[in-house]
Design a protein around this ligand. Sequence first.
Ligand code: NAP
Length: 333
Amino acid sequence: MNSRQIVLASRPKGIPVHENFRFESKDLEKLKENEVLLKAEYISVDPYMRGRMNDVKSYAPSFEVDQPIAGGVVAKVIESKSNSFTNGDIVFGMLPWATYSIEQSENLRKVDPSLAPPSYYLGILGMPGLTAYFGIMDIGKPKTGETVVISGAAGAVGIVAGQIAKIQGAYVVGIAGSDKKCNMLKDQFGFDETVNYKTSKSVRKSIAEACPKGADVYFDNVGGEITNAVVLNLNFHARFVLCGQISVYNSTEIPVGPVILPRLLTRSVMLQGFIVSNYSNRFNEGLGNLAKWVHEGSLKYKETIVTGFDKLPDAFLGLFSGENYGKMLVSIE
Ligand code: NAP
């Protein structure tokens, strides 16, 4: 069996370019006991993967140069030498960017395509959905009538975080990079107000206008100047949920900006960073509630699905130029 795969050709400096990726073909070996042969159906592209392209110690190991890039994949079992899987099963795993791959069965989790479309297990019923759930429910803890501000609001995590805050009875303000995204958040996802950070003359003032009572919770996906502007609008005892910092993932130097710590001090703000895997022992709780809300219709979902294995690098790069509405995925024909 021949598979196509994408390896890290070189480590990016700043924004990744096509030369950092290389397509290869590989002959797969015969299956051994306990292994399964998988055909990729959907491959996830996620901002954190940019960090794994650097040679820096972090919570997820660096990708090796000349080795396949890997991440969340939903795949179909084509052949099995495991008692746990049979042909046709749909599974989730952290798998290489490859059309076909061989994996040990203990690294795979069966997903039920009759409960939700398979791609949902990479988004709302997967890592991004759980990130939104625990960030809002465990750290932000909005109370009825409080104001929640979300940056990166139209992406995979933000769109879910905003809706969960609405379910908790909050007034929700989303920050996103186009009028089309802002309109989508209000018209389709129930956000109360939005700020287009690309066209606003003063993001700080626009947030102040969108949050007449100030902000009680800030769910940060982007960092940088947007975060500085939000922090200046935080209320006394606000909670700052530090989820992501995409605006600096491609920085080649440690960014220096207006200092926000004095404001956190004077407003007694609680800031907590988190990695979703901190909550792995509560994933069943999170997935149960997410699935219930999706089923009830109180949690809507959005995907941007790019078709074709060859498009994986472009889809990944598109995360940094805001090409996605909701979760960005690649479907493999
Ligand atoms: P995403 O929001 O679906 O995609 C990235 C979005 O970020 C883009 O669509 C773009 O939207 C925005 N963006 C890109 N560059 C930007 C910049 N320089 N300034 C402001 N906005 C920018 O990605 P996601 O999967 O939901 O992840 C969102 C954040 O959460 C990321 O920072 C990610 O690393 C983090 N995350 C953290 C955890 C955790 O465990 N802590 C887990 C998952 C994700 P616009 O068009 O609005 O600019």
